[in-house]
Design a protein around this ligand. Structure first.
Ligand code: FES
Length: 246
């Protein structure tokens, strides 16, 4: 009697690091490897396609192509050849954001290999987040940091782009620098945040905080439950009646 007949779960063959295993159909690559006895100490994080830790490469049966993906998101197929990438050693520049301005020359100096891009688009094809990586590189070469940041917003830093790049660009590190520069030097400052910051520094909340800190737990609970709550149907101009804390 086969294992499938005993458990009721269909097992399919996959090759992990060249060795054949039979694993339940429908598993992700990560779960299939764990089912086969592999333990992830690194190269695994959120398991939800967000953290970018689990870049993986695989080949399908009778297919010449190398495929890439996230091990926690990619579902196995029969006869797949799997190999996990524990870490891709792409170049990462050393820098202090305080020494950089909003000018793109800072990026060019730290990552001159940006100009080695041959526009082959391999980076875009492997991106599990469907980012137009090659376009992002082109925008940065043109000095358009804001647009490059907008286009690369979904990057999860898995590094698969760099793993397939002919020009050996570390696209994910370059775009991370661009996003940092944008946040620190280019994005418009929030007026409201600045106002709140000022009012905190002015000591405005010291007295109410002291009062709260001196309250008993039941008093705090009462205050919390009886607080004014913004009604769902109100628009942006809703204000509480008690404005002493605003
Ligand atoms: S484990 Fe986080 S993306 Fe796969």
């Amino acid at each position: 009697m086969s294992a499938t007949e005993i458990t009721g779960v269909k097992l399919i063959p996959v090759y992990i690091m060249g060795k054949r295993y039979e694993v339940p159909e429908g598993l992700t690559i990560m779960k299939a490897m764990e089912y086969s006895g592999y333990i992830f100490i690194r190269g695994c994080g959120c398991r939800g396609g967000i953290c970018g830790a689990c870049g993986t490469v695989y080949r399908k049966s009778k297919d010449y192509k190398i495929y890439t993906g996230l091990a926690c998101q990619t579902v196995i197929e029969p006869e797949m050849y799997l190999a996990q990438i524990p870490f891709y050693p792409a170049n990462r520049a050393d820098y202090n954001l305080d020494d950089l301005t909003s000018a793109p020359e800072g990026i060019y100096k730290l990552y001159p290999e940006l100009f080695r891009c041959v526009a082959c688009n391999a980076c875009t094809k492997v991106c599990p987040m469907k980012i137009e990586v090659m376009d992002v590189m082109a925008l940065l070469k043109q000095g358009n940091i804001a647009k490059a940041v907008e286009l690369s917003f979904d990057c999860i830093q898995c590094g698969l782009c760099a793993s397939r790049c002919f020009g050996e660009l570390p696209q994910y590190h370059i775009t991370q620098l661009a996003r940092r520069l944008y946040g620190a030097r280019i994005a418009p400052r929030s007026r409201h945040l600045a106002e709140v910051d000022e009012s905190i520094k002015s000591g405005r909340y010291e007295e109410p905080l002291r009062k709260l800190a001196g309250m008993a737990e039941n008093e705090l609970r009462k205050l919390y439950h009886e607080r004014e709550i913004e009604p769902w149907e109100e628009g942006d101009d809703w204000r509480p009646e008690e404005t002493g804390y605003l």
